[in-house]
Design a protein around this ligand. Structure first.
Ligand code: GLV
Length: 344
């Protein structure tokens, strides 16, 4: 693999590495893509405070999350479509994005056991609830037997959004016809995604012995409700701007949720985070882990596991520089004072 030297190079090369409909699937959002754009726009309205007068030779990126000691405060997002981006892309991603002991998150679609075997950092499993209670119990048993260190249930997909950009690309690729819907695994039914209630979350909590959190929390009341169900962490996400359109940016949801829950549970946030500087903003506003999605897809498309590992290295290098120039020498010490809202 020819190594690029910036994240921008991986992004620029991405369209030439995948089919147009895969490009649309990965990069697109739902409907008018307002949520997608807001994720980025809101991050761009936040400035990092430049500070001076400190010895910044040593920058400590380590953090603790759910009892796991991690080398850096970021992780790959669970994503669909990885096998369309690179052969066995979901396994390659688990292998590459965790190099150095980074936290990885394995998406619902890929093999359960194999990804645990190839990962070199802790892995969280991202579950879609595609079945009834017996289905969920069997699935959760399999995930926990494989040794996943945490589980997250995605809850922002009560119905499938209308992804106009993706539908249009598929329509074009299909010569003016939409291809048949993807086959659903035997015994699974997306109808169950529409039936997740707090009572159901409590039922899952009983079955899950490892740390458990919901992915797709945007409102403080939902964060509080999930803590009342005994959950261990909050994952703030709007599905990368791919589900509810016209929603808030995740970086704007973050301080509201953090204020509501205080120190009771750690927070993961994703949605539009692209660079080391974005990670600093997420940490300053209350997240312990910033999850990164599309940039890892750019890396995967370029070189499979090696490409994903290269993205981790670039994010880490950027984060070190941004922290040093802000006189933030430790991830654990970054607070709200590290950033400011600006209107330009
Ligand atoms: C899957 O979760 C997707 O957003 O396509």
């Amino acid at each position: 693999m020819e190594n690029f030297i910036t994240l921008g190079q991986y992004e620029a090369a991405f369209p030439s590495k995948v089919k147009p409909e895969v490009y649309a699937y990965v990069t697109g959002g739902s409907a008018s893509e307002l949520s997608l754009r807001r994720n980025r726009a809101a991050l761009e309205r936040i400035a990092i405070e430049q500070r001076v007068g400190m010895d910044v030779r040593a920058i400590d990126l380590t953090t603790t999350f759910l009892g796991l000691e991690l080398p850096a405060p970021f992780a790959v997002c669970p994503m669909g479509g990885m096998p369309q981006v690179w052969p066995r892309g979901d396994v390659e991603m688990a292998r590459g994005a965790t190099v150095g002991g980074l936290l990885g998150v394995a998406n619902s679609g890929g093999p359960i056991q194999e990804r645990m075997e190839v990962a070199s950092g802790p892995l969280m499993y991202q579950l879609y609830n595609y079945g009834d209670r017996d289905w969920a119990a069997a699935r959760l048993e399999e995930i926990q037997a494989a040794g996943y260190q945490a589980i997250t249930l995605t809850v922002d997909t009560g119905v499938q959004s209308r992804r106009d950009v993706h539908l249009e690309a598929l329509y074009t690729a299909g010569g003016g016809q939409l291809p048949p819907p993807r086959p659903v695994q035997p015994g699974s039914d997306p109808m169950y995604l529409s039936m997740i209630t707090w009572e159901y979350v409590r039922f899952l909590r009983e079955l899950i012995k490892v740390p458990f959190g919901l992915k797709g929390i945007m409102h403080p009341d939902d964060a509080l409700a999930s803590l009342e169900c005994g959950l261990d962490f909050i994952w703030i996400s709007n599905h990368g701007g791919r589900q509810l359109d016209s929603g808030r940016a995740t970086i704007d949801a973050l301080p509201r949720v953090a204020a509501a829950i205080g120190q009771r549970a750690p927070i993961i946030v994703d949605g539009g985070f692209r660079h080391g500087a974005d990670i600093v903003k997420g940490l300053a506003l209350g997240a312990t882990i910033v999850a990164i999605g599309r940039p890892y897809m750019w890396g995967l498309a370029h070189g499979g596991a090696e490409g994903a590992a290269a993205i981790s290295r670039l994010l880490e290098a950027e984060l070190r520089v941004d922290m040093a120039l802000a006189c933030q020498t430790s991830v654990r010490g970054i607070t709200r004072e590290a950033v400011a809202y600006v209107d330009y």
